[in-house]
Ligand binder design. Structure first.
Ligand code: GAL
Length: 935
């Protein structure tokens, strides 16, 4: 009954906009129409990038990344909440330490970002189980449907996460959550009741912001069924990955998966690109630099701008802004390895890239040009050259036009010029344009640029700010190309070219400036019946040197720092928090007296541009210690026949490890039998997920290894046996009537996802699924991570460790162990290496440290690396191409003693090539990082 009431209430609300009790408490109102989302009636252009807190186990660094988002001009962050990350066991949840999402939401609000909250329950995201906790595999009832078992389980998750999200909604006045996303690419489209139930539950739990979902693949289908009716969300969004994930062919790929134009599912809601590609998973092991190239500035210019004008969407979320690390056993192993760098604008080591600059140029434009929040498609200017297309949208209230200039043939690489016959709100103009290759530009006409009137420009606008009674605008264009800008004045203004070469004519109220985009030209315009204007006309590169921030005394523009984190003005004192990668000149535009940067006074001098220039120091040199003093120890006790396994669980209900509460990493099996002497092979089959392996011993003798499989497909008889292994029993090894022990070490890599809403895939077991020694009966015991689902180390959590002997005995943990000096030779089995190093990195400086293995990842060795007990990655030839492993500050003690432990699982004899510490970047500035705690 209660549910029926809630359903009715939601239905009524959807139709009439009546207030619910929850809404009655709301201090702010989020609404929307077909153009855009509104907050208290004000239109918002939502520009988000995706961030996964669970891929950065250092809460202080969340602030670092979110400040970088904000500085790039994003006004929102989209966040998946990962059920598996918080729940080791049915009914057990943890939201503390690196899992403190309350703190995350607070940080987002403090930084000034809206949040798109995406609690699933299913999230995909290339994370183990697609976010489903491993224990869910044992809960009956098809996942992602209304099946009762699954419903009970997911409601418990939502009971925990929804109230946290609800507390941080914009509507409450106590947070910045602006949208709530149910499910993820639910393209199976099978259970409308389930989609409806998720929304009812959210409303019951106090979610009052609009509800969205991200639709994949065939939005058309979805529109015809759930665009309205049961299960429909208020603002459906669409996922687009036009560049595919073919990073290996980054230099030739151009939109194999389509134009990337966000489809509209509901006519009464704004267009929403719920996930728009900005990076890629590295399916071909090409390395993430190639993924960054695949989705680099050229792609961003064309696809983002094309989508903006073709779709008229006003809400975007770029996947990913920062990818992070699949630390521990977080990865869904079939598609990704440890690094989830993603080729994103901000690297896994938190460094800014050329993609970041392109985001900044585009985002600042979207923020400044508010008429973009309400546009209709209209016929645009005619182009004299059919190779050039000019698609146009206009704001019906202001008349402002946005003209997308691109090649008609989207693959064209030619350099074409032409003239636009452009009927702007300020008159008709013949405007010369030029476009090189796959570039795309959004040109603006009929725009009130602060106190100026822009008739049109062939430069793109990055931003404009009202500073100290004048308009300061940053325009830019392709280096070396001609540009022109026409502004309207009632009388001839005075034009002073402060820098560069700019011509000007005044005719019939039109001031036209002509120039070539090169360096940074500066033009001061005074008189003409308007307040003064300073035009800063640059190239892509010089435009990217600008940063903007708001203060209580108006906006500031800062040029020259490598990042601007925040700015504030108090009693004329401008305080900046900014990073520098080197000693650098800096230029500031704003209304202020004195200046401090990172707490230190800046001595500056005034310029003819009305700015202040000074010099900022760079970072101190960083020297990292060499890693010396390695010690080592071999384990593999479990392979020995005399090992005491009496405390192990008896595996009498099948061999799958999940059934015994062992969900992550290594599991050991020991099978005892009385030999007949006729056994010739040990036949095994294991499912580990891609990149997994298992090793087999008989009476302590190593027999060999095999690759674990991904899935046994009951419906595909050709693959009942995904990870087969056949091991010959050495002659004479089994005497008739003698007791014998077969030991198997299985390295599970994580669970399959459930992208296709296919229980058979998600529920695939892990560990041995079959093992036989001829026809001889064997009794099995199993051992995995210490405590199983009852975590012994809740701070590091359910995905940090597996069941290696060393993991169970604290060999991963900080401190000294009395081991002998390392022998670099490894034999098949498990060998541990440990060393310590002390750091005292420069303070007030952000140094990103990476552990680098030399050469290419070795075949035959798989190495887990633990820093101070935190499992930060998996290295090896059968795992992936990765050689550099990010050691995030917080886990890495920047001022103290660190312990590094390597667990090497080898399936052949070899030698360890020890890794070294290297710097992935260092900047003066950064955020203060406190150590994360563990056991
Ligand atoms: C989408 C999905 C995301 C992520 C992405 C690829 O289909 O919604 O969670 O998996 O693909 O990285």
């Amino acid at each position: 009954m209660r549910r029926l009431f809630a359903v009715l209430l939601v239905a009524i609300l959807g139709v009439t906009g009546l207030s619910s009790p929850a809404q009655a408490r709301d201090k702010h109102r989020v609404s929307y129409d077909n153009y855009s989302i509104t907050l208290d009636g004000k239109r918002v252009l939502l520009q988000a990038a995706e961030f996964h807190y669970f891929r950065l186990p250092s809460p202080d660094l969340w602030r670092d990344v979110l400040e970088k988002y904000r500085a790039a001009g994003f006004n929102a962050v989209s966040i998946y909440f990962n059920w598996a990350y918080h729940s080791p066991k049915d009914g057990v949840y943890d939201f503390t330490g690196v899992r403190d999402v309350e703190r995350l939401l607070r940080t987002a609000e403090e930084v000034g970002l809206y949040v798109i909250a995406r609690p699933g329950p299913y999230i995909n995201a290339e994370t183990t189980g697609g976010g489903f906790p491993a224990w869910l595999k044992r809960v009956p009832g098809r996942a992602r449907t209304s099946a009762p078992g699954y419903t009970r389980a997911y409601r418990d998750w939502l009971n925990h996460i929804n109230p946290i999200i609800a507390r941080h909604q914009v509507t409450r006045g106590t947070g910045s959550v602006l949208l709530y996303n149910v499910e993820n690419e639910y393209q199976a489209n099978t259970d409308a009741q389930y989609m409806e139930d998720l929304q009812t539950k959210a409303r019951e739990d106090g979610i009052t912001v609009p509800i969205t979902t991200n639709v994949c693949c065939d939005a058309g289908d979805w529109a015809s069924t759930w665009g309205s009716g049961q299960g429909a969300v208020q603002i459906p969004g669409v996922d687009d990955y036009p560049q595919s994930f073919d990073c290996a062919n980054a230099d030739t790929v151009w939109g194999p998966w389509g134009e990337g134009v966000t489809e509209r599912i509901r006519a009464d809601a704004p267009g929403f690109a719920a996930e728009y590609q900005s990076g890629a998973i590295d399916l071909n092991d090409a390395g993430y630099d190639k993924c960054r190239e695949l989705t680099g500035p050229a792609y961003m210019k064309y696809f983002h701008k094309n989508n903006l004008i073709e779709s008229g969407a006003t809400a975007f979320n770029y996947y990913m802004g920062f990818g992070g690390t699949n630390w521990g056993w977080l990865a869904q192993p079939n598609d990704v390895y440890t690094s989830y760098d993603y080729g994103a604008a901000i690297t896994e080591a938190r460094q800014l890239t050329a993609k970041y600059d392109e985001f900044k140029r585009q985002n600042y434009f979207l923020r400044a040009l508010t008429p973009l929040t309400k546009t209709d498609a209209v016929a645009g200017p005619a182009s004299s050259n059919p190779a050039l297309l000019a698609k146009t949208r206009t704001n019906p209230d202001t008349g402002t036009q946005f003209v997308l200039l691109r090649h008609t043939d989207r693959a064209a690489l030619t350099d074409d010029s032409g003239t636009l016959d452009w009927a702007t709100p300020d008159g008709r103009f013949a405007v010369p344009v030029r476009l090189i290759g796959r570039d795309a530009k959004v040109l603006v006409a009929g725009y009130d640029l602060g106190g100026q009137r822009l008739a049109w420009s062939t430069s793109e606008i990055m931003t404009h700010e009202a500073i100290a009674g004048r308009d300061v605008a940053v325009l830019y264009g392709t280096e070396g190309t001609a540009g022109a800008t026409t502004l309207r004045y009632s009388s001839k203004p005075r034009v002073t070219v402060l820098d560069g070469s700019v011509s000007s004519t005044f005719d019939n109220g039109n001031l036209t400036l002509g120039y070539t985009h090169r360096g940074l030209a500066r033009v001061l315009i005074t008189g003409g019946g308007r307040r003064p204007a300073l035009l800063l006309i640059g190239t892509d590169a010089t435009a990217a040197t600008f940063w903007r921030a708001d203060t209580s005394a108006g906006p500031v523009l800062v040029r020259g720092t490598s990042l601007l984190r925040s700015a504030s003005v108090s009693r004329g004192l401008l305080s900046l928090r900014a990073d520098t990668t080197e000693a650098t000149p800096v230029e500031l535009f704003g209304q202020f007296g004195r200046v401090v940067v990172n707490g230190r006074p800046l001595s500056g001098r005034a310029t003819s541009s009305g700015s202040v220039v000074g010099v900022l120091p760079g970072p101190e040199r960083v020297t990292l210690p060499a890693l010396r003093g390695w010690t080592s120890r071999t384990e593999g006790y479990e392979a020995q026949p005399g090992f005491d396994d009496s405390a192990w669980k008896v595996a009498d209900a099948g061999l799958a490890s999940d059934d015994y509460g062992f969900h992550s990493g290594a599991v050991w099996y020991r099978g005892r039998f009385t030999a007949t002497g006729t056994e010739t092979t040990i036949d095994t089959n294991a499912i580990t997920g891609r990149r997994g392996t298992y090793l087999v011993w008989l009476n302590g003798r190593f027999l060999g290894s095999a690759a674990g499989g991904v899935e046994a497909d009951a419906e595909a008889p050709q693959n009942p046996d995904p990870g087969p292994g056949h091991f010959a029993v050495p002659a004479g090894a089994l005497k008739p009537g003698a007791r014998a022990v077969v030991s198997v070490l299985v390295e599970n890599m994580g669970n399959n996802d459930d992208w296709t809403v296919d229980d058979n895939r998600f529920r695939q077991p892990r560990g041995l699924i079959r093992a036989s020694v001829g026809d001889t009966p064997v009794t099995w015991r199993i051992q995995g991570a210490q405590g199983g689902e009852d975590l012994v180390d809740p701070a590091r959590g359910p995905l940090n460790t597996g069941g290696l002997y060393g993991e169970r005995h604290g060999w991963t943990l900080p401190g000294r162990l009395d081991w002998p000096a390392a022998n670099p030779a490894v034999k098949p089995g498990v060998t541990w290496f440990r060393t310590g190093f002390t750091l005292d990195l420069p303070r007030k400086q952000d140094t990103s440290v990476v552990l680098r293995f030399p050469g290419t990842p070795p075949a035959g060795q798989r190495i887990q690396l633990f820093l101070n007990g935190w499992n930060l990655g998996h290295y090896g030839g059968s795992i992936g191409p990765q050689t550099d492993f990010v050691l995030p500050a917080g886990v890495l003690l920047e001022h103290g003693a660190n312990t590094l432990a390597l667990a090497v699982v080898a399936d052949q004899p070899g030698t360890i090539a020890p890794p070294e510490l290297v710097t992935a970047g260092t900047q003066r500035g950064g955020v203060t990082v406190t150590p994360v705690t563990g056991r």
